[in-house]
Write a protein that binds this ligand. Structure first.
Ligand SMILES: *Cc1c(COP(=O)(O)O)cnc(C)c1O
Length: 501
């Protein structure tokens, strides 16, 4: 199984090269040349496996130049009961009322309490093995742009991993206090964290520019280093996310919620389009999915795109209570475009070029028809997000975080508008305690305490739910990183951080 670039079909790389490199040299993203196909019988065989067994099967079918032992080792090291608080790292909570059949797939039981752990606990294992295969002896320098959750999850995944260094950039005013605290207190000898004076798109664009800056790359090469990416553009991030959609389906069959072969819908709170794209890959491999419901917050560029076929990033940027979705350039959409255009790399290059020069592009009628067939887009602003959290808590005794609540709200809009009663997997992407202020405000009318940790304690007392241990321990953790820089200082900051200035 080899991989192509979305912008140049003549580039062909192995799985390990795709993962080690992160992004193709001309700026495209790596995509598998073909997808493994699973019949109902194959899915039936997965029913008897646990999460790790399913992960080994699926990831093994994509990672052509990895041995079975390497895959096994990686999966077993990543998804331990200790790290994920139980044997199943991605359990489901069911909420069924009236026409609504929600299976909340809780992807946040890992060490940083957001769904990014599902991929970032295994990526370091895949990446170090990939670098060994393709660039033996080199040190991998991981640069990350984060809207909050990726940064912490990547830091935690890569901390003190031999042969790697990791540097994380986050928008100074674009993450929650808890997210900031999580990153500022990060432990590890090979980590650094920088706040940039800009928004997430500035951070992401800045990192992309550094990746493709020849002068910097040469300096790295001279010092026996190479760049790699832990952002969701890396295939090694996307692949582990395919697993949990198959696993959720199997669990739903095993738990008697659906019969083998039944269709489900999938609803995902979306930012960079990685998580929802993983479910789209799962369908193209044989998972019976009817509709993909793409949920956005007020930064509803994807809602408009799905509804009109025009992607227009020239719009107001909102800082919301679901900051991990405050994104106007959804990088992984490029992969969807590649598949929906019939793998037309020239067309994708043209659209991406238009996006960076004009800030807008429109897909042709054929692609729009496919978007209509598979996707439904909706959005939910902060006020309705909080109402949804309050209602879910009051009526269903389920405490959702702000991102998950966006998805629940959009799912409800979908059911109202379409009448579609298909059981729906809703990606529950973060612990409510990561966004304690907004969640607490949604479930109480009382005055809020002053600081973040008092809010956490109050939320716990009020809802009688436990504070996840990794967040509770932050209260007394020592702050290590407080450095801030301008967007245009990012390249120099990287060189300084690596001491190769
Ligand atoms: C990253 C993130 C999202 C968005 O996921 P994408 O794969 O970028 O679409 C949603 N919710 C939470 C909590 C996140 O951390």
């Amino acid at each position: 199984m080899n991989y192509n670039s979305t912008r140049d079909k003549n580039r062909v790389v192995s799985a390990s090269q795709a993962i080690a490199q992160g992004i193709s040299e001309e700026g495209g993203l790596f995509v598998p040349q073909e997808l493994p196909q699973y019949s109902t019988e194959d899915i039936k065989a997965m029913l008897a496996e646990d999460y790790r067994g399913r992960a080994k099967k699926i990831m093994g079918d994509f990672l052509g130049d990895f041995t079975a032992e390497e895959i096994s080792e990686s999966v077993d090291a990543a998804y331990t009961a200790e790290k994920f608080g139980g044997e199943n790292p991605a359990p489901i909570s069911y909420i069924e009322s009236g026409d609504k059949k929600m299976s909340l797939l809780e992807l946040w039981h890992g060490p940083t309490c957001a769904f990014k752990d599902m991929a970032l606990q295994i990526l370091p294992h895949l990446l170090t093995k990939s670098v060994k295969k393709t660039y033996d002896g080199k040190q991998a320098v991981i640069l990350v742009a984060t809207s909050g959750d990726t940064g912490k999850a990547a830091l935690e995944g890569f901390r003190d991993v031999d042969g790697t260094k990791i540097m994380v950039f986050y928008p100074v005013d674009g993450v929650s206090p808890m997210q900031k605290r999580q990153m500022a207190t990060q432990k590890g000898e090979n980590v650094s964290v920088v706040a940039i004076k800009g928004n997430f798109d500035d951070a992401q664009t800045g990192v992309k520019k550094i990746f493709t800056n020849n002068e910097i790359k040469e300096k790295l090469a001279a010092n026996n280093m190479l760049f790699s990416s832990a952002n969701s553009i890396n295939w090694g991030r996307l692949l582990p996310q395919i697993v949990y959609y198959f696993s959720a389906y199997c669990d739903m069959v095993n738990e008697g919620k659906i019969a083998l072969g039944d269709k489900i819908n999938v609803c995902v709170p979306t930012g960079n389009f990685g998580n929802i794209l993983a479910s789209f890959y799962a369908m193209n491999m044989g998972l019976p999915v009817g509709k993909f419901i793409c949920a956005s917050n007020s930064n509803n560029v994807l809602t408009d795109f799905i509804r009109t076929g025009t992607y227009d990033k020239k719009r107001k940027f909102y800082t919301t209570i679901s900051p991990s979705m405050d994104i106007l350039v959804s990088s992984n959409l490029e992969r969807l475009l590649y598949h929906l255009t019939g793998e037309n790399a020239e067309k994708v290059a043209e659209l991406m070029n238009a996006l960076s020069t004009d800030g807008v592009y429109t897909v042709d009628a054929d692609v729009k028809a496919k978007l209509d067939k598979y996707f439904w887009g909706g959005f939910c602003d902060d006020e309705n997000t909080q109402k949804t959290i309050g209602k879910l808590y009051k009526e269903e005794n389920y405490l959702a975080d702000t991102h998950t609540a966006v998805a629940v709200n959009v799912y409800e809009q979908y059911v109202e508008q379409t009448g579609d009663k298909t059981p729906t997997v809703i990606a529950s992407t973060a612990s409510p305690y990561k966004f304690a202020k907004a969640v607490l405000m949604s479930v109480t009318d009382e005055a809020l305490p002053e600081d973040e940790f008092s809010m956490v304690d109050e939320l716990s007392a009020k809802t009688k739910t436990a504070v996840p241990a990794p967040l509770a321990s932050l209260k007394d953790a020592k702050e290590r990183f407080s450095f801030e820089c301008e967007v245009d200082e990012m390249p120099q900051t990287v060189l300084d951080g690596l001491s190769i200035g």
